[in-house]
Design a binder for this molecule. Structure first.
Ligand code: PMV
Length: 329
């Protein structure tokens, strides 16, 4: 056993994020590097708080999620990297709470692994730059690399064999361009096929997979330009296009990945109806049935009201853009 600096315990909060240009597919499964880059916004309303305590008396890592003992395999993957850097062999107790339902397609892995990276680094006495924290979070979940940053973030796929250039960077602070995101919850259970399994095994069986990879650079460049110009219509149209392109890929894999339910589809039509009525609102959907709708803060109430009326929508949560991952003490 090696002594640890920094008091051996730390608490961190990280917010969930939603990708506007999404990644799907891995470049290297062991390093968990993505096949393509991605651009996201961090959500103020959805977050995870995580406490990490390294202890001399443990024979393995312990992971508690919302008060229940859970499988620590992915958590240990991140902790192993921290242990190596901090030159310790102590195991840790990790305790996480989400302020939203876990595993329902609300990106709990993004906020969860970003909070874990910051808390584990802190508890081990390491001082890591945001870029290194982003790489650490990536080993837990690709989307988590972006939740280290607030506002708008871009994840780079990277080319290095060791994954050292596959990290996220901030594009804008939340205050640089305030936007609202409505999250329409159409299913409460953990029914979706987990994204790691979905993109790992079957993604490449789609005849559209090559086209998905080949068109990523154009989408990223156009999204960067829309963000730099604060062009909301361009950002929104591109987000919907990229989302539907991803779902076309998912639908065409063997076995097919059908993440939508009836309410998901109904909500998509309502968003298009809002636009026809002059309200700029655009949807995006990840590997789950929930619908996230981008709008301007002034249109929040109209968008929320329209989504709440969709049959099968249980709840609509509104969010502003949120901050990056940070220590809570
Ligand atoms: O990195 P994961 O396992 O959370 O997968 C993310 C997959 C998508 O949410 C569909 C896309 C993305 O870029 O967030």
């Amino acid at each position: 056993d090696q002594p640890l600096g920094g008091g051996a315990t730390a608490v961190a909060r990280a917010h969930s994020n939603i990708a506007l240009v999404k990644y799907w597919g891995k470049r290297d499964a062991a390093l968990n590097t993505p096949a393509v880059g991605s651009i996201s916004v961090t959500l103020a309303a959805l977050y995870t708080d995580t406490r990490v305590t390294f202890r001399p008396d443990l024979s393995g890592d312990e992971f508690w999620l919302d008060g229940s003992r859970s499988d620590a395999t992915r958590v240990s993957r991140v902790l192993d990297l921290v242990r190596r850097r901090a030159a310790t062999d102590r195991y840790a107790v990790v305790s996480s709470t989400n302020n939203f339902p876990t595993g329902a397609g609300l990106a709990s892995s993004a906020s969860g692994f970003a909070a874990l990276a910051v808390a584990a680094a802190g508890a081990s006495g390491l001082t890591l730059a945001d870029r290194e924290l982003s790489i650490l979070a990536r080993h837990g979940s690709g989307s988590a690399a972006r939740s280290i940053f607030g506002g708008f973030a871009e994840m780079h796929a990277g080319v290095a064999a060791d994954g050292s250039d596959a990290y996220a960077e901030q594009l804008l602070e939340p205050a640089d361009w305030p936007l609202s995101v409505a999250v329409a919850i159409t299913e409460r259970g953990e029914k979706s096929i987990n994204s790691t399994i979905g993109m790992g095994e079957s993604a490449t069986t789609s005849p559209f997979y090559q086209a998905w990879q080949d068109s990523a650079a154009d989408d990223l460049a156009e999204m960067r330009a829309a963000i730099a110009a604060r062009d909301f219509a361009r950002l929104g149209e591109l987000s919907e296009y990229n989302c539907l392109k991803l779902h076309a890929l998912m639908l065409s894999t063997r076995p097919a990945l059908i993440y939508w339910n009836a309410a998901t589809v109904a909500a998509m039509h309502v968003v298009r109806g809002l636009r026809a009525d002059g309200v700029p609102a655009y949807f995006t959907i990840d590997a789950g049935p929930q619908v996230k709708v981008l709008c301007l803060p002034a249109d929040s109430a109209a968008v929320r009201g329209a989504l709440a009326l969709v049959p099968g929508v249980h709840e609509v949560r509104m969010s502003a853009l949120g901050p990056g991952a940070h220590r809570l003490e």
